[in-house]
Design a protein around this ligand. Structure first.
Ligand code: ADP
Ligand code: MG
Length: 523
């Protein structure tokens, strides 16, 4: 495989024409964000296009296929981790795991522990996204890149619906401009643009859980952040649930729920008592969390109480607290220790088991990781700082510590907090990739992604692209053949490509560092 030099040459007129076509397509096809600033009362009246790339980015076909092939094993793996109480207590618990020193993790674990012995709902739902970067190793003499996992998300795995639309945008530009004005004819052709049906796939997961709940008249609850700007990504799932599956969706923040939610004393059904407009209570079948993964989602104690009320209900949680805990970076690191992957995927596990070569496929995608509280863990992190990132038990971007910031950070980090952090070797994406990045209102917004013309338009930048593969799993006692052990029903559900300026360490679209992109497959 050799990646073509990218982007291909385009004239300023062609770039300008592509930009106009791209932003108007995005605005007319819901590839949108709410604009920054205060929420628009009483309801949104304007939107901006999501940050996007003008061209798709080349991605090796074999590695793209490989990421999809292993997705099913990851779905099963994380489902089983969430059902293994002893493992989660050891790794994440507040008595001996990361929850001992991380107050937020400790709070979630204690909440789960306090109710888990009489959990009224045996099923859990996960909508997952496994994230990867391409990696080139030192001195490999131009050897092809490999695929390395950044992290595995078990809560609020976002950008499914918008990534489907970003892929559709690039297909449209291909069709509308005679294959990007004939630039790179060997690469930019329809066969190299893989389908991407994330919305259908993720809604399928939610609808499968809804059906398993057993009351077709119930609604699905989306738990959302106040002031969320990425609402269209969520709304597309809502429309799909309504139109294809005839399931209604309600949206509430954890603060809203602290006033509106109650449990039926007899059945533990989750009931919502909407006040705008006042209406009879609605039973909830599935609680889908697009909030609740970061301490700021819990501004006052009543929001923790609300989170726990949801957990105690008969509704199926996506994710349940144990599945949320399973998605921690600490779990990702512990999986690399000898025997841990085997515990979940090989005999004597009572469920379906996997061959050694299948486990080897997962391991081949991991960078070296260790815990700061391992013997010598801090010394090693200081020594190897230039090739490392330190990660705490947080989601949502902006929490990691990179390279030269590591020694000073370690100087200030109290010894008792070491347990909450892991060290991970840095993935080194190949050089030579570029793209044209387009942000609403211009590119001079201080995100470090280009030369910032401040006046709109496309900016050429050296880039790094992160692939995400979506999947879902419905699991627990009563699912599939492994009734007693807790079976797993799962499927893959499309993909995401986020592209960021090479000089930016972090990669979140919502955090303003990346744009939505799509893949063009190369051999
Ligand atoms: P978060 O939960 O905040 O999304 P991530 O582990 O995904 O945390 O890290 C955020 C970003 O940092 C990633 O999207 C990626 O761009 C970058 N990153 C994380 N780990 C690595 C790594 N090992 N090597 C290179 N970049 C990384
Ligand atoms: Mg991430």
């Amino acid at each position: 495989m050799s990646s073509p030099s990218w982007p291909p040459t385009l004239t300023p007129e062609q770039i300008s024409a592509l930009t106009t076509l791209a932003t108007t397509y995005a605005l007319s096809h819901g590839l949108l964000y709410l604009p920054p600033g205060a929420p628009q009362p009483p309801a949104p009246t304007s939107a901006i296009h999501a940050p996007l790339s003008l061209l798709p980015s080349p991605f090796p076909r074999a590695l793209f296929d490989h990421a999809h092939k292993i997705a099913s094993i990851y779905n099963v793996l994380y489902a089983r981790i969430a059902m293994d109480w002893a493992f989660l207590d050891d790794v994440m618990g507040a008595e001996r795991g990361a929850g001992q020193v991380d107050a937020f993790v400790g709070e979630l674990w204690r909440g789960w522990k306090s109710i888990r012995d009489d959990y009224p709902q045996p099923l859990h739902l996960g909508l997952f996204r496994s994230d990867y970067l391409l990696h080139t190793s030192d001195g490999d003499g131009g050897a092809p890149p490999s695929l390395k996992q950044v992290e595995f998300n078990t809560i609020s795995s976002s950008f499914g619906a918008l990534s489907e639309r970003a892929a559709a945008l690039h297909r449209y530009l291909l069709a509308a401009t005679s294959s990007y004005f004939g630039a790179s004819p060997g690469v930019l052709k329809p066969d190299n643009f893989p389908p991407n049906e994330t919305t259908r796939g993720l809604a399928e997961g939610l609808a499968t859980a809804h059906a398993a709940y057993g009351n077709p008249d119930a609604s699905i609850l989306f738990v959302v952040q106040p002031g969320e700007r990425n609402v269209f990504d969520q709304r597309w799932l809502e429309y799909e649930l309504l139109e294809r599956h005839h399931i209604r969706v309600l949206r509430q923040t954890l603060s809203d729920l602290s006033a509106s939610a109650s449990l039926s004393p007899t059945t533990h059904a989750l009931l919502l008592h909407p006040s705008h407009p006042p209406s009879p209570p609605t039973e909830i079948s599935v609680v889908y969390f697009r909030a609740g993964y970061t301490p700021s989602d819990f501004p006052h104690p009543a929001t923790y109480t609300a989170r726990l009320l949801l957990e105690r209900s008969r509704a199926i949680k996506c994710p349940s607290l144990p599945l949320q805990l399973a998605g921690a970076k600490k779990v990702q690191q512990v999986l690399t220790l000898p025997g841990v992957l085997e515990r979940f995927l090989q005999p004597p596990h009572p469920g379906k088991t996997y061959r050694d070569d299948e486990l080897a496929d997962l391991r081949a995608g991991w960078m070296g990781m260790w815990a700061l509280d391992d013997d010598g863990g801090v010394d090693r992190a200081r020594k190897e700082a230039d090739g490392l990132v330190l990660k705490p038990q947080r989601e949502g971007g902006g929490n990691n510590v990179y390279r030269s910031s590591i020694p000073g950070f370690l100087d200030a980090l109290p010894r008792e907090e070491h347990k909450a952090w892991i060290a991970m070797e840095l993935i080194r994406p190949p050089d030579g990739a570029g793209n044209y990045l387009v942000r609403a209102g211009g590119n001079g917004n201080g995100n470090g992604n280009g030369d910032g013309d401040g006046g709109g338009g496309a900016v050429k930048a050296d880039v790094v692209s992160e692939l995400g593969v979506f999947g879902w799993a419905l699991f627990g006692a009563g699912v599939g053949e492994e009734e007693e052990a807790g079976g797993v029903k799962e499927a893959t559900a499309g993909w995401l490509l986020r592209t960021k300026g090479r000089e930016s360490d972090e990669g979140g679209v919502a955090a303003g560092f990346s744009v939505l992109d799509s893949v063009v497959l190369v051999d």
